[in-house]
Design a binder for this molecule. Structure first.
Ligand SMILES: NC(=O)c1ccc[n+]([C@@H]2O[C@H](COP(=O)([O-])OP(=O)(O)OC[C@H]3O[C@@H](n4cnc5c(N)ncnc54)[C@H](O)[C@@H]3O)[C@@H](O)[C@H]2O)c1
Length: 479
């Protein structure tokens, strides 16, 4: 080390790990791991308390770590303190309990990073309007972590990013500060796999982790065992980063393919859902993916672009993934085309038509509209002169293209709409009123497969392939 930094070994440094986390099974529940110096428990700082960071902080606290939750957004901190945040019920109850616990700290003060034995970075990694990685948030967060690093700390990047991020934004700058990575500080990547709204407990989801050195991997494994019982060590941070990109690219390609198969089935007059469900009865070699209105959230529409961007810098490409991402981006516009077509079959044009979009959250059970295809569908419908509304009990208001604020309809009048597009169906919400709609367009089949659908009186629920099949049959008869 060239710079004068404290040489106290932190709670997760290999030298003390033996006492903390031997090969014995990790402790569960609120059993406490042995203490870092001067404290009853090791301290973990979680930087960024969003959809990933807050559940991570609660999971660490549930296993007995002192948790220092740090977020730069005061409004986010206020919402957490008031328990007004989007969490599954189990985490909401945990938060209620932890808000009264002195070992659960919420702060905007980045200097608290220095107190931690381990730091988990959970900040956003979005894409910009050109679908290039927007690295400014993760770069700023890593710079703060590097600036406040002290010897003995284990630092884990959990944000999804391009292979090489952990080395570029953490290991190299720490080395430049004078630390020997793998001896003074321990650096690893362990991309988060959380699925917001999914009730599978954190502890049951395995985590991959790759350290800059073996000692880094070892230190990071010890930290991650506080969060999950299943840790998968890998050979490098790049390997861990690439694993996450494979997982989400796999989903992107398969969702794009499911949409394509839906379109293929439409041309053939076959019900795509019937085909996919039938194929899924095969006990090996097939995994069902279903068509829909597009993809949303912070993962599938964004993460593969981190890979494609990195590949471009190496004059390499991934044509299949590139095509899938383009198809995914185009999907909401294809849905609008379907609305236009169905309206014209019903004898009216899109201009002036009243269209309701059901569910603007990007998936069931969450309050998250980031990258939701519903926003693009609504924006495009407006562009074409439709009069639009939306219904989503989880989302009171949305902003379309930074130009127009829409408020959720509280009690939809189904007969008032020329067409209703089903984007998301949330659990525990009454959709009985949809029975009375004139025309329901349901690209994902969510309403079709919803239990309430069986009692439906809706005049027409359109899955495109059925419609085309009928029309083809009519055409053949008339020929
Ligand atoms: N949301 C998901 O479903 C999901 C799933 C797996 C992985 N991920 C990945 O996890 C990462 C975090 O995503 P998220 O959904 O939790 O984001 P988020 O937008 O919900 O929350 C991020 C939080 O970080 C805070 N923040 C931003 N910059 C900061 C800084 N410099 N210091 C401290 N706090 C800062 C923000 O105020 C915000 O509260 C991303 O890389 C994402 O791709 C997300």
């Amino acid at each position: 080390m060239t710079e004068s930094v404290s040489t106290d070994a932190g709670a997760f440094a290999p030298a003390v790990q033996e006492h903390l986390f031997s090969d014995a099974p990790p402790e569960v529940g609120r059993a406490r791991p042995p203490a870092s110096e001067g404290h009853a428990e090791p301290a973990i700082a979680i930087l960024g308390l969003g959809y990933v960071g807050l559940p991570t902080a609660l999971a660490a606290r549930a296993k007995g770590a002192r948790t220092i939750g740090i977020d730069v957004s005061e409004s986010r901190l206020r919402a957490i303190r008031e328990n007004r945040v989007d969490l599954v019920d189990a985490d909401r109850a945990l938060l209620e309990r932890e808000l009264a616990d002195e070992h659960f700290t919420l702060t905007a003060s980045l200097s608290r990073l220095g107190e931690a034995d381990a730091v988990l970075i959970c900040v956003p990694t979005p894409v910009d309007e050109h679908r290039n990685p927007d690295l400014h948030l993760v770069a700023a967060a890593c710079a703060e972590v590097v600036a406040h690093a002290r010897a003995g700390q284990t630092i884990i990047l959990t944000s999804t990013s391009y292979p090489g991020t952990t080395r570029d934004l953490l290991a190299d700058p720490l080395a430049a500060r004078g630390f020997t990575v793998g001896e003074d500080v321990f650096v690893a990547s362990s991309p988060e796999r959380i699925d917001p709204g999914n009730v599978i407990p954190h502890a049951d989801v395995p985590r991959v982790v790759g350290g800059v050195t073996q000692a880094c991997t070892q230190a990071a494994v010890a930290v991650l065992r506080l969060l999950t019982d299943h840790v998968v060590p890998m050979t490098s941070p790049e390997a861990a980063e690439m694993t996450k990109l494979l997982e989400n690219s796999f989903r992107a390609v398969n969702i794009a393919f499911a949409n394509e198969i839906a379109d293929v089935c439409t041309s053939l007059g076959i019900d795509a859902r019937e085909i996919i469900d039938a194929a899924a009865t095969k006990p090996y070699g097939f995994m069902p993916f279903y068509p829909g209105t597009g993809v949303g959230g912070h993962c599938i529409p964004c993460d593969p672009h981190y890979l494609l961007w990195e590949l471009r810098s190496r004059h390499a490409g991934a044509p299949l993934l590139t095509a899938a991402m383009q198809a995914i981006a185009d999907r909401p516009f294809a849905i609008v085309e379907q609305v236009v077509r169905e309206l014209s079959f019903a004898g009216r044009g899109i201009a002036g038509a009243r269209v309701l979009v059901v569910g603007v959250a990007y998936k069931p059970g969450v309050e998250d509209v980031r990258e939701s295809p519903a926003l693009e569908i609504l924006g495009e419908l407006l562009e074409r002169g439709a009069r639009v509304d939306f219904f989503d009990p989880h989302i009171p208001r949305i902003n379309i293209d930074q130009q127009q604020i829409l408020l959720s309809v509280t009690s939809p009048e189904p007969r008032a709409y020329d067409a209703i597009v089903v984007n998301t169906i949330h659990p525990r919400i009454d959709y009985g009123w949809l029975h009375d709609a004139r025309l329901v367009i349901d690209p994902s089949g969510r309403f079709q497969s919803h239990p309430e659908r069986h009692a439906s009186n809706a005049e027409e629920v359109v899955q495109p392939e059925r419609r085309i099949a009928e029309r083809r049959a009519a055409f053949r008869v008339g020929r």
